[in-house]
Write a protein that binds this ligand. Structure first.
Ligand SMILES: [Zn+2]
Length: 239
């Protein structure tokens, strides 16, 4: 039968329409997952419900114990993620006015500023047209950000800021995935350059599709970055 509408509404509001595991803002792309499956007697109530994004929902649902890869989410872990995220949403932005939390979030912000620089990767995301070639090292800051993003210490305590950080991380990952699938190394004496495939040179349909995909992706990264910086400056009173 699934969760009754009022249970879903209560859970989605408690999660602020963000995934309880990866914290990205989902808007309508959010689903309510049974922590204990209905088939195993899990109840259709608030306590057994966790709002998840499509990706995390698929990870929680489709783990195959016969072909174990990675580590399955246990019911206990999902409950911990859920309770931790609900608590953070409930406490924000009140906690951030407490000096301790403010200091933690300012430190996270400074780290983001140190990794993703205005004059480095972010300027590159803003101005580069991926129809042309580019130096692969231009992507180093983005890769560094993704590595750092996996650490718990990279998370903001304030839920609103954490949602924006998670959105930025997701935009960067999407961009890097598209980059890996659609560009090729370029033969140059000094090496380290990439461009969209030479097989479908300028003028080909595929070339324009790839160029559009990468340019749209880099715009999305820059927009997510700008939204985070603007909100942090306001909330944390920091440059
Ligand atoms: Zn998620």
């Amino acid at each position: 039968m699934g969760f009754p509408p009022d249970v879903k509404t209560e859970a989605i509001v408690a999660a602020q329409r963000s995934c309880c595991v990866c914290h990205k803002f989902c808007a309508v792309n959010i689903e309510c997952h049974h922590i204990i499956p209905e088939a195993s007697g899990g109840a259709n109530n608030f306590d057994n419900c966790i709002p998840l994004c499509f990706d995390c929902h698929a990870d929680a649902e489709h783990y195959n114990p016969k072909h174990p890869k990675g580590n399955k989410y246990s019911s206990e872990e999902l409950r911990m993620h859920r309770d931790g995220w609900y608590a953070r949403v409930a406490a924000s932005p009140a906690t951030v006015t407490e000096q301790g939390s403010l200091e933690v979030d300012r430190a996270v912000f400074s780290k983001i500023r140190a990794i993703l620089t205005d004059e480095g990767s972010m300027e590159f995301m803003r101005v580069h047209d991926f129809g042309g070639s580019f130096e692969r090292s231009e992507l180093d800051e983005l890769k560094e950000f993704r590595r750092w993003s996996r650490l718990p210490a990279s998370e903001f305590l304030n839920a609103d800021l954490e949602i924006l950080r998670s959105n930025l991380s997701e935009a960067i990952q999407d961009f890097l995935n598209n980059m890996a699938a659609n560009t090729w190394p370029l033969e140059r004496p000094n090496g380290g350059f990439s461009k969209i495939s030479g097989e479908d040179e300028r003028g080909g349909k595929l070339f324009y599709e790839r160029r559009e995909l990468l340019n749209t992706g880099s715009d999305a990264v820059y927009e997510a970055y700008s939204a985070l910086i603007r909100t942090c400056r306001r909330r944390l009173a920091i440059n």
